[in-house]
Design a binder for this molecule. Structure first.
Ligand code: HEM
Length: 377
């Protein structure tokens, strides 16, 4: 069966299924890239850093290429140790009250209309505001900051300016201010941190700030959006969750598995390495197909069923091993508060069905651009 690109992006799961069964480690001739589709192989590619490197050695001045996510040990561990503290479940739990206030404000804005776009009005602004506050961006700069972060993740055109450079200049200015006057925010914490008595250099600091935006915002937006897609497919789950709100964390894990916001990550082989029946040659790239691994029947019974009570659920939507998502506790908390309040305050939630779903257009980030719903407040 032939699919258009848009159909495949919205529903890649039948294709994954075929690949897992027929060609689980596939060589993509046209691009010279490997793809792994089965749970065990994907997990290995993500976590075996000695064989599969994350460091693509991009252009020297690009702050992201020197950030945590593109770093191998030993530097990876040193840098990660510095930032771990701010993102532990305990640290992020302190943000609960603020996240609740932001979610309440977003829902208040639309409550009277009986209609909202889950993405534009809710799941998109939420993580941007949260991360801006964590970093210590003053309220009056929020709009500018949102504009840059939109442009960097490609949601809007940057109108000729270079948003990464503009935001970089802004952060450098902020870093200079915090050096003078430390405050209770993430930038100040990063400034005081040291590795073997040495502070992070400016490029590392900048790379980390930008990484938080790129890695954290669109993904969280889509986790919340994808939850609504799951609820739309299985409408009874909304009442089940209203009746048993304690099921929400398990339900969120199931959304992460069933419609993983990040569908794939890249690695490249450090030297020739055996994977299944194949040899990946030194330097060749490999795509770890997370979205497929999370539908692997060998790991998940009834993998194509969305089950809000699924336990155990060892999905790898946040990766696996040393690069396991730093922001996972924050993303889980934001999703929990957002969905709990949405379901509590709004009844009879229905997707506006006559508007066709349009995907993000990306192979990596799974989700939709808009998700209009109606409800009774
Ligand atoms: C549902 C939301 C999210 C999903 C699905 C997600 C997914 C992922 C995945 C799959 C990785 C592993 C990358 C790899 O192995 O190469 C990762 C790493 C990372 N994520 Fe997330 N993420 C989410 C939210 C966040 C948030 C909210 C933040 C921060 C505010 C964040 C920050 C990071 C960072 C810094 C890394 C790199 C960690 C390292 O290399 O050690 N993520 N994320």
């Amino acid at each position: 069966m032939q699919y258009t690109k848009e159909e495949r992006l919205l529903n890649p799961f039948p294709w994954y299924d075929t690949m897992r069964k027929t060609d689980p480690i596939h060589f993509y001739e046209q691009y010279g890239i490997w793809q792994a589709f089965r749970y065990n192989d994907v997990q290995r590619v993500l976590s075996d850093y000695a064989a599969f490197s994350s460091n693509f050695g991009g252009p020297g001045e690009d702050p992201l290429s020197t950030s945590l996510i593109s770093m191998d040990p030993p530097r990876h561990r040193q840098l990660r140790n510095i930032v771990t503290q701010a993102f532990t479940p305990r640290s992020v739990a302190k943000l609960s009250e603020r996240i609740t206030a932001i979610v309440t404000e977003l829902l208040d804005k639309v409550a009277a209309t009986g209609r909202m776009d889950i993405i534009d009005d809710f799941s998109y602004p939420l993580p941007v505001i949260v991360i801006a506050e964590m970093l210590g961006i003053p309220q009056e700069d929020r709009e500018r900051f949102k504009h840059w972060s939109d442009a960097i993740v490609g949601a809007t055109s940057s109108g000729g300016a270079n948003p990464q450079q503009e935001m970089g200049a802004y952060f450098l200015d902020m870093i200079a201010q915090r050096r003078e006057n430390s405050e209770d925010d993430l930038i100040s914490a990063l400034l005081t941190a040291q590795i073997d008595g040495v502070h992070l250099d400016q490029r590392e600091l900048l790379g980390f700030c930008i990484l938080l935006l790129v890695a954290g915002n669109e993904t969280t937006t889509n986790l919340i959006g994808n939850a609504l897609l799951c609820f739309d497919e299985y409408p009874e789950t909304m009442d089940q969750l209203r009746a048993e709100p304690d099921l929400l964390p398990t339900a969120i894990e199931e959304v992460l598995r069933y419609r993983s916001p990040v569908q794939l990550m890249y690695r490249h082989a450090v030297s020739d390495v055996e994977l299944g029946d194949h040899t990946i040659r030194a330097g060749q790239m490999i795509m770890a197909q997370i979205g497929s691994a999370n539908r692997d029947e060998a790991q998940f019974p009834n993998a194509d069923t969305f089950d809000i009570r699924r336990t155990p659920n060892r999905h790898i939507a946040f990766g696996h091993g040393i690069h396991f998502c730093l922001g996972a506790p924050l993303a889980r908390l934001e999703a929990k508060i957002a969905l709990a309040l949405l379901l509590e305050r709004f009844q009879d939630i229905q997707r506006v069905g006559d508007i066709p779903l349009e995907t993000t257009g990306s192979d990596i980030v799974y989700g939709v651009k808009h998700l209009p719903i109606t409800f009774r407040a």
